[in-house]
Design a protein. Structure first.
Length: 465
């Protein structure tokens, strides 16, 4: 969000309030509870229904033991049935005890994440697998419950929205899934798939549903005859276009794009990204663009948020995060992104491997910073508590105690890292730090987003006959 606007009137300046963000997520917490096993192992090694196990006083959390009697070896080295071994007076030579434990636990997927998305802005949410990116997107779309924090959309708190409110929000918030084929019924035509949400949420006539379906297909570069075909008759890129058409047919204001290009070839990725950029420009859409590939995120995003283990580690303009990252984890994500030059890719991988060697004592540590176990610049203070997200003078924010320092250390140790040599990391004071320094006061909100300079590379794919 931009800072409060000011309007000069004569000799004085009148402050104007900043516009309200379209989406605001504050201290979001998402926890998953692992379910118990549905069946209990019996003493004979079989299974019995949970109801019978509970009736006998054995709940899913109780630890039980059972004895396994192996088959007996014969003199010839083979096996004979257990009954024959017992008939000859040879019982089992040993008994093994196996303990089966059934436990329930809680997995904290997202912890204290806060960000804002303005109208017409694309916020890229990047992180490795299991970082909580999809959980945030599903929570915004109302698919998973929220255990803490608030989600505000256009000034309305939708954290605990009911069924009726969610039906109204479906007209304004849509979700594009990672696997388009898995999100479609293979026995239904494209017209039925795209038009189902229109009939259920908007209660339109069949003629209106058909018109909006054909318009949505045309917006994503598919011909009208595609409406009468089935998902299995399309390529992966075309199925993703159908998924996009299903989302935009509702004419939403905000779309969660959950790994929409991760399963596509590079050439098809460029086409789908071009479709999303063109729709944003023409319809004024806002995106939460989720991906694990930083090179893909920076192509479409105005700002980028870096997530790891449910924690927000960096937030800033896309150009700033990709050109001069403020957190070591962002730097390693950037180094791991593929590049066309094989030699440069090799150098990046060597640098990534060398920098990923943590200092002694950090491995296996579960407290403190979520990146401490892999951070080459870790301090003792990093192991004590998770650093809070702090603003920088360049308008961004990061959660690193050595922000502005580790960049200079990385420059000094760049040559040993490339040659495979490691050494002690020199200490550096704040006066010699490189990069943006900490802001002395509260964070100034980022500037108003500008439309990404993405050329429309929409190319209509040839439809299979």
């Amino acid at each position: 969000m931009p800072a409060d606007l000011t309007i000069a009137t004569g000799a004085r300046t009148v402050p104007q309030p900043a516009p309200t963000p379209l989406l605001e997520v504050s201290d979001l917490e998402i926890a998953y509870r692992s379910p118990g096993l549905s069946r209990e192992a019996t003493a004979s090694g079989g299974n019995e229904p949970r109801s019978e196990a509970r009736a006998q006083g054995r709940g899913p959390q109780r630890a039980r033991s059972r004895t396994i009697r192996p088959r007996e070896a014969t003199a010839s080295g083979g096996n004979e049935p257990r009954s024959e071994a017992r008939a000859q007076g040879r019982g089992p030579q040993r008994a093994r005890s196996r303990t089966i434990r059934h436990r329930r636990g809680v997995k904290q997927a997202v912890q204290g994440v806060s960000f804002q998305v303005s109208a017409g802005e694309v916020l890229g949410l990047v992180g490795e697998s299991g970082s909580g990116k999809s959980s945030i997107g599903n929570a915004i779309a109302g698919l998973v419950p929220v255990s803490g924090g608030r989600i505000v959309f256009d000034g309305q708190d939708i954290t605990g929205a009911g069924r009726r409110q969610r039906k109204e929000l479906a007209r304004r918030i849509q979700l594009i899934f990672q696997d388009p084929y898995g999100s479609m019924n293979p026995a239904r035509t494209v017209a039925d798939t795209v038009g189902e949400a229109l009939r259920y949420n908007l209660e339109l006539s069949q003629r209106e549903v058909t018109e909006r379906t054909l318009t949505a297909l045309d917006d994503v570069g598919l011909p009208p005859e595609a409406a009468q075909r089935y998902p299995g008759q399309f390529s992966g890129g075309q199925r993703q276009r159908i998924a996009i058409a299903r989302a935009i047919a509702m004419e939403p204001e905000f779309i969660v794009c959950d790994e929409v290009v991760s399963a596509l070839d590079l050439s098809v990725q460029a086409q789908v990204l071009g479709v999303l950029a063109d729709l944003k420009r023409r319809k004024g859409l806002s995106y939460l663009f989720i991906s694990h590939d930083l090179s893909v995120v920076r192509y479409l995003s105005d700002r980028i948020a870096v997530l790891l283990n449910g924690r927000l580690l960096e937030l800033g303009a896309a150009e700033q995060v990709t050109a001069a990252p403020g957190h070591p984890y962002s730097d390693l994500l950037l180094a791991a992104a593929p590049v066309p030059d094989p030699a440069e890719q090799t150098r990046r991988r060597e640098r990534y491997t060398a920098r990923s060697r943590p200092r002694g004592g950090a491995e296996g540590h579960t407290g403190g910073c979520v990146f401490a176990a892999r951070c080459p610049y870790v301090l003792d203070a990093c192991l004590a508590a998770q650093p809070a997200l702090q603003p920088r003078t360049d308008g961004g924010a990061d959660a690193c105690l050595r922000s502005g320092e580790w960049q200079a250390i990385a420059t000094r140790t760049a040559e040993p890292a490339l040659t495979g040599k490691t050494g002690a990391q020199p200490a550096i004071t704040a006066s010699g730090a490189a990069g943006a320094s900490r802001a002395p006061s509260a964070p100034s909100a980022p500037s108003a987003p500008s439309a990404p300079s993405v050329k429309n590379t929409v190319g209509k794919e040839q439809h299979p006959s």
